[in-house]
Design a protein around this ligand. Structure first.
Ligand SMILES: Cc1cc2nc3c(=O)[nH]c(=O)nc-3n(C[C@H](O)[C@H](O)[C@H](O)COP(=O)(O)OP(=O)(O)OC[C@H]3O[C@@H](n4cnc5c(N)ncnc54)[C@H](O)[C@@H]3O)c2cc1C
Length: 426
């Protein structure tokens, strides 16, 4: 049995590796110059740049099955966040998990989020820890904001914390994303650590790809332009150079728009994007490993982090790397993007003269514009997502769009697709 996999993102790699381990012949065709799809990192002058700010939740069930965590040298964030608003910075943390006494004390004294909301957050974490993922996700869906209101969270908590924090996760501050996504992510945040690998998020993809590359199964810089068919059955693929490759099964492991183009089948259409800016300097902007959230209603930068505080290996010795995330892809040139982001970062540190001096010494390094970062996930979308079996003989899907938009979902899709192929039915 020879399976052709189109795309070497996390889903395609997970599927292909499972097939290889089961003794099947598998060939992966990747249009780009390296594996990883949306989970890639670049290195330059001793800096590591993830292609878009992105994190791994160690509690992700599929990541626990698929990855060897110790080999990734995972570097954890501190729980909670620093909320920046109106010239003030307030610490929000989980007192049960934060090892920094100053952060716990600061959070206890902070009035940015009131005590009732802090208790509601702790209660939700305790409730979700005691329930399985399946239990959490049954029942009707609704927008995240409606769920938060039902659970009694105040307007202040929603505006100051949930909107920027989950805006950064969903890449959309409207909190109109499915509450199922919120519940799952909230549980993952409560059940484990939030981390990046010491060598960048791309190390996740490289680990998944290693066995396949050693077996010579991956062809980079190889775009698939069409599926080959005999009647209804998909029998192979056509590459950009016009050559035809025949196989027993074809797995489309691309983002949804390309899967729709190749297969002619309907796929989820909405999407969200982001722009990631990097700055660097010789002085440390702030201490600790917390994410900075911009609670300003007109925020340009949604969230930022001195990522070299979390993973010192992201910057060369004596340097610090600041990662700032803007939601969407504003139609601005690089200079204007850096200028607007820096102006917003200055607002986030307003009143802290020492931090502002440090910020002014940082130089802009790099920008990633990512128009298609995740497919949009409004309430009620997930039950109608495509199946791993396309319904056409010989054609399968392994991609986030069969599950949800996340690292975990992409891996689950890869696992399920491999299982479907190994079962042997169309
Ligand atoms: C900036 C950003 C932040 C994110 N943050 C998080 C986060 O913090 N946590 C989280 O869990 N998830 C996050 N995600 C989502 C997560 O990264 C994705 O859900 C996941 O990586 C999707 O994997 P995939 O394999 O389905 O698709 P992809 O990674 O898109 O892989 C598809 C592959 O197919 C290739 N391809 C496309 N067309 C062709 C063709 N015609 N021929 C050959 N190859 C082709 C592409 O080059 C690509 O390599 C984020 C994503 C982005 C971009």
């Amino acid at each position: 049995m020879h399976t052709l996999v189109i795309g070497a993102g996390l889903a395609g790699l997970t599927c292909a590796r499972a097939l290889l381990r089961a003794g099947h012949q598998v060939s992966v065709f990747e249009a780009d110059d390296d594996v990883g799809g949306r989970v890639r990192s670049d290195t330059h002058n001793g800096f590591t740049f993830d292609r878009g700010f992105q994190v791994l939740f160690t509690a992700y069930p599929a990541a626990r099955r698929q990855l060897v965590y110790p080999e990734l040298d995972l570097q954890p964030f501190d729980p909670g966040a620093i909320i920046c608003e109106g010239g003030r910075r307030a610490i929000l943390t989980d007192p049960l998990r934060d090892h920094d006494p100053a952060a716990v004390l600061g959070a206890a004294l902070s009035l940015v989020i009131g005590p009732a909301d802090k208790l509601r957050t702790l209660a939700l974490a305790a409730e979700f820890r005691g329930r399985s993922v399946d239990e959490l996700l049954v029942g009707p869906d609704e927008p995240t904001e409606a769920f938060l209101r039902e659970r009694g969270f105040s307007r202040a908590a929603i505006e100051r914390f949930f909107r920027p924090f989950y805006g950064g996760i969903f890449l959309d501050r409207s909190l109109s994303t499915s509450a199922k996504c919120f519940k799952f992510d909230f549980k993952m945040l409560s059940d484990g650590d939030t981390v990046v690998p010491a060598r960048g998020m791309g190390a996740i993809s490289r680990q998944l790809a290693a066995e396949l590359q050693a077996a010579g199964c991956i062809r980079l810089n190889t775009r698939v332009v069409a599926l080959a068919t005999e009647g209804e059955r998909v029998t192979g693929i056509t590459l950009a150079d016009g050559s035809l490759v025949m196989g027993d099964a074809v797995v489309v492991a691309t983002p949804a728009p390309e899967a729709a183009r190749l297969s002619g089948l309907p796929m989820p259409e909405g999407f969200v994007g982001t722009t990631n800016l990097y700055f660097a300097g010789a002085r440390q902007l702030y201490r600790g490993k917390k994410l900075l959230l911009n609670a300003a209603p007109d925020a340009f930068v949604n969230n930022a982090v001195l990522i070299s505080n979390v993973a010192p290996s992201y910057a060369p010795p004596g340097m610090h790397l600041l990662s700032a995330s803007v939601l969407g892809v504003p139609p601005l040139d690089d200079d204007e993007l850096f200028r607007r982001a820096l102006a917003d970062l200055r607002c986030m540190f307003a009143g802290d003269r020492a931090a502002l001096q440090v910020l002014d010494s940082y130089r802009p390094l790099r920008i990633y514009r990512i128009p298609y970062a995740q497919f949009a996930q409004p309430p009620g979308l997930h039950p109608g997502l495509p199946d791993n079996r396309s319904g056409r003989p010989g054609l399968f899907f392994a991609a986030e769009f069969t599950e949800a938009s996340s690292i975990n979902a992409a891996m689950i899709s890869g696992e399920k697709c491999a299982a479907a192929l190994l079962e042997g039915s169309p």
